[in-house]
Design a protein around this ligand. Structure first.
Ligand code: C2E
Ligand code: CA
Ligand code: CA
Length: 650
């Protein structure tokens, strides 16, 4: 050894492992070892005071150095009882006589600014194969607080100890983070255990570092990085990990994608703090409904995903979707008790039936959710192949619909409602028609669904009302001026606070009376606020506008509530008329009930003379259907003032 080492900033020395002495040291090393001279240092006997654990470790290292390996560990030295810590880089050095010594380079505290690391001095201990303690270095004794501890006392978990033994048996070593007992507490260490065999005796050598703080931070971070901080549910990353494990385990699973309806409105009108409360309340409701199975995740702003292995699904998928929907849908009371209705749309998909990759399967559930939104919200839809294409079409339609009024693509057709007793037209029902410029003719049902899902329903129905009232005056011209106009109104539109006053205004503007107008509402819309004296339906009734219950028998079949609904006319759905040829008892029964409540029965969908006659014989006089007339334009009726069928009947 010569000069270059003397000038090094780090302490460097050669340790003669077999003779327990330092055979050479540079100046920095003399400082580190508190030595007066190289000679004094050379004469120190390191066998005295060193533990079996340290001596055994060094003998093991000697083997490792022969294989060309190096070691790096934090050691604590106590030359002349002064405690010093340093990171020791150890490598092999062949002495002149051919023996393998250890070349040490020590990076002392002043060279390593990171104090955290310096805390983790290597603790060494050795044990017999049955776990009996042999020896330990001073840092071990100081840290663990014991002079003598069995391996099974040191390691907290029996299962971990078994894992260490298995690993030592198969590969001669174990490396891993292990929870150990330390002065009555449980503390994390990184353990590096080797099976060492010296002098024909096998023993276990353990080097360990305290990593407790780092481990706790890591675990907190791991949890945080998988957890949504607001709701405590899994976050995106947590979900992806979960799904990946399902796939690794070759497990089939279902995904339910929930998106809150109208959350943006809550956020915008009541503030983000309120929005956060809503999200928390939704998460709590979700968690409470999930039968402690599967995993719930907040996927984004107001989007949630619940996933569960197919073998653990507590209920069939469609029933579950509805359950999730109902769980999330509730009235949330904000500050000052302001009620907010929270609802959601749910889409579900199944792995691997609907998609192979995690991304694919989520996209399928998303497409189904989107379909649920597009087709009326507060619904649950299962994924079907081709849904993405349908969604695209619906997206284009939604865009086009907003321009439809301006582009004059909307028109109205009218279908007469006949009174078969007087042979007169009682009223016309206005039915929307949309000739979309890019996608052609769109059915009325679809048009209305899109209008409802995009919030365009109000402006579109307002257009319908104005147009229909104007056309009613045309119908009346030169004919019966008792003819009325029946207009379909969506439940969403009816719920608008100013619906009644706005309708009244339009009636007045058209120079008509409330009695000239009938509003057709479905059972679902009518049942909303049924006990509220001041509900929009009751206000309409008081105003004098006629009210018809549309599609009666297809909704919640509100026979039990019928007496509470202020309707004049009940339109029995066309599906009942289809059966009258075979059995007319159902329609007869419904008609009697309607009559007993003082309301008038109307039958829709009369397509044949036979149907017309059977229904008429039951005493039902208001008829509507293709037998009398298909829906036609105002122009059509104006050019043929009297329907051919009426002439026939007459
Ligand atoms: P709805 O209110 O039940 O209207 C009657 C529907 O039955 C009309 O379909 C009509 O063409 C059809 N129909 C009439 N007679 C017969 C028949 O004898 N046989 C058969 N098979 N069908 C017959 P359309 O025009 O396609 O309208 C479908 C639905 O769209 C309407 O059902 C109504 O719920 C909705 N709708 C149409 N216009 C509006 C509107 O302005 N506002 C709202 N909210 N809904 C509307
Ligand atoms: Ca109708
Ligand atoms: Ca109907």
């Amino acid at each position: 050894m010569n000069d270059p080492f003397s000038k090094l900033k780090t302490a460097v020395w050669v340790y003669d492992i077999d003779n327990f002495c330092i055979s050479w040291a540079n100046e920095k090393a003399l400082e580190l070892w508190e030595a007066d001279s190289p000679e004094e240092l050379r004469t120190r006997d390191f066998k005295v005071g060193s533990s079996d654990a340290v001596r055994s470790s060094l003998l093991d290292y000697q083997q490792a150095f022969r294989r060309g390996e190096t070691r790096g560990e934090f050691w604590t030295f106590t030359p002349k009882d002064i405690v010093k810590k340093a990171l020791l880089i150890m490598s092999g050095h062949v002495l002149k006589d051919g023996r393998m010594a250890m070349l040490c380079e020590a990076l002392t505290l002043d060279l390593i600014p990171d104090m955290e690391l310096v805390g983790s001095t290597v603790m060494m201990s050795s044990y017999q194969l049955d776990g009996t303690f042999i020896s330990a270095n001073p840092p071990f004794k100081e840290d663990i607080g014991s002079e003598d501890i069995r391996l099974d006392e040191l390691i907290v978990m029996g299962s971990k100890l078994a894992q260490i033994y298995t690993s030592l048996e198969s590969s001669g070593q174990f490396k891993g983070d292990v929870l150990c007992r330390r002065q009555g507490m449980e503390v994390w260490y990184h353990l590096d255990a080797t099976l060492s065999s010296q002098d024909g005796m096998k023993k276990i050598l353990i080097h360990q570092y305290n990593i407790h703080n780092r481990k706790l931070q890591e675990r907190a971070f791991e949890k945080d990085s998988h957890t949504d901080l607001l709701t405590g549910l899994l976050n995106r990353r947590g979900l992806f990990d979960r799904l990946q494990s399902y796939r690794d385990e070759k497990k089939h699973f279902a995904i339910f994608y929930l998106d809150l309806d109208g959350f943006k409105m809550i956020n915008d009108s009541f503030g983000h703090a309120c929005g956060d409360q809503v999200l928390k309340s939704v998460s709590a409701r979700l968690s409470a409904t999930l039968f402690s199975k599967g995993h719930a995740c907040r996927f984004g702003g107001d989007e949630f995903i619940w996933t569960c292995g197919l073998d653990e699904l507590p209920l069939p998928i469609d029933v579950l979707s509805d359950k999730l929907l109902n769980a999330v849908s509730h009235t949330f009371y904000g500050e000052f008790g302001v009620p907010m209705d929270v609802a959601a749309s749910v889409g579900s998909a199944i792995y691997p039936q609907d998609g192979i990759t995690t991304q694919e399967i989520i996209s399928c559930a998303d497409a189904a959710m989107y379909m649920a939104k597009r087709t009326g919200k507060r619904r649950a839809v299962c994924y079907r192949p081709g849904m993405e294409k349908e969604n695209k079409r619906l997206g284009i339609l939604a865009q086009n619909l907003s321009q439809a009024i301006k582009n004059r693509e909307l028109s109205l057709h009218y279908q007469p409602i006949y009174h078969v007793g007087t042979n007169k037209i009682d009223s016309y029902e206005a039915l929307i028609r949309w000739q979309c410029e890019s996608l052609g003719y769109i059915s009325a049902d679809e048009t209305i669904r899109i209008a409802e899902s995009t919030g365009l329903i109000h402006s579109i129905e307002n257009w319908v009302i104005r147009q229909a009232l104007q056309d009613l005056k045309e119908f009346r011209e030169g004919s019966d001026d008792s003819i009325r106009m029946s207009i379909n109104i969506s439940g969403l539109h009816l719920a608008q606070a100013d619906f009644v006053s706005s309708l009244e205004e339009k009636i007045i503007q058209a120079g008509l009376k409330p009695q000239d107008v009938i509003v057709e509402l479905t059972e679902t819309a009518l049942l909303d606020g049924i006990d509220d004296e001041d509900s929009n339906v009751n206000q309409l009734h008081k105003l004098g506008v006629g009210i018809s219950i549309d599609d009666f028998g297809t909704g919640y079949s509100s026979l039990a509530y019928l007496h509470k609904i202020p309707a004049d006319v009940v339109k029995i759905d066309k599906s009942f008329v289809e059966q009258v040829g075979k059995d007319s008892r159902t329609i007869d029964y419904i008609h009697r009930l309607i009559s007993s409540l003082g309301k008038t029965t109307l039958v829709e969908g009369v397509e044949t003379q036979e149907q017309k006659e059977i229904v008429q014989a039951l005493g039902i006089n208001l008829h509507q259907g293709y037998w009398f007339s298909r829906p036609q334009s105002l122009m059509f009726f104006k050019s043929q003032p009297i329907s051919p069928r009426v002439i026939e009947i007459g």
